[in-house]
Write a protein that binds this ligand. Structure first.
Ligand code: GRF
Length: 209
């Protein structure tokens, strides 16, 4: 069985969705860089091992990432799922998990990489917003996109209301893509994603838009 680690920093609603999805892989550990992340409580309630590795205890990103890497090796992890993990990862770390590490980002990538995506969508006046699951590569929020889901932005939307609706999409698409990685329908060869043995040319769309 594929062994999964989930990396978190905060609330962990995506972690909860992954736990509740009963994936064919097993979540063997939840690693947080913050001791007070609510995600850790969710893991403990589900009898999943947890580890806290605070970036503040390490002088550089490199040694922090190496400490995380050692924890993942100790758990004998095959797949790494970033779920609201708020640290930028070093290329060395990312390359060790290439093709095996997913992230979810609250925008329709390649639009709005980085933070504050909901407010930036409102500021620009976009009518369409959503979320993207992508493979993680060394450049922030730039690895190949696997799946996207969208909502339309309404006149009275605020950053908070958008965040709410996008979260609902996230909780649906992330477990699905994670399952594809666990059951071998989603693979990665030479820097390219394959879905059911075909080159994935465009992200899979989860809604009609
Ligand atoms: C989500 O919006 C996700 O897209 C982003 O961080 C947020 C995490 O939320 N990467 P949660 O901790 O899973 O509730």
């Amino acid at each position: 069985m594929i062994k999964i680690a989930v990396l978190v920093s905060g609330n962990g609603s995506n972690l909860q969705a992954l736990i509740d999805a009963n994936l064919s892989g097993q979540i063997v550990g939840v690693l947080s860089n913050k001791a007070d992340a609510y995600a850790l409580e969710r893991a403990q309630k589900a009898n999943i091992a947890t580890a806290v590795i605070s970036h503040k205890d390490f002088p550089t990103r490199e040694v922090f990432d190496e400490a995380m890497h050692q924890q993942l090796l100790a758990w004998q992890v095959d797949v790494v799922i970033l779920a609201g993990f708020m640290r930028i990862l070093t290329p060395t770390f990312v390359n060790q998990w290439q093709g095996k590490m997913l992230n979810i980002h609250p925008s329709l990538l390649p639009a709005y990489k980085g933070v504050n995506t909901h407010q930036r969508v409102l500021n620009t006046g976009d009518r369409l917003h959503g979320c993207t699951v992508h493979f993680v590569t060394a450049e922030l929020d730039s690895g190949q996109s696997i799946a996207q889901s969208a909502i339309s932005v309404k006149e009275h939307d605020t950053a908070a209301s958008l965040a709410d609706r996008v979260h609902t999409l996230e909780h649906f698409i992330y477990p699905q893509v994670a399952e594809w990685l666990c059951n071998g329908q989603l693979t990665w060869k030479n820097g390219q994603a394959y879905f059911r043995d075909q080159i994935l040319k465009h992200p899979i769309r989860f809604a009609n838009w």
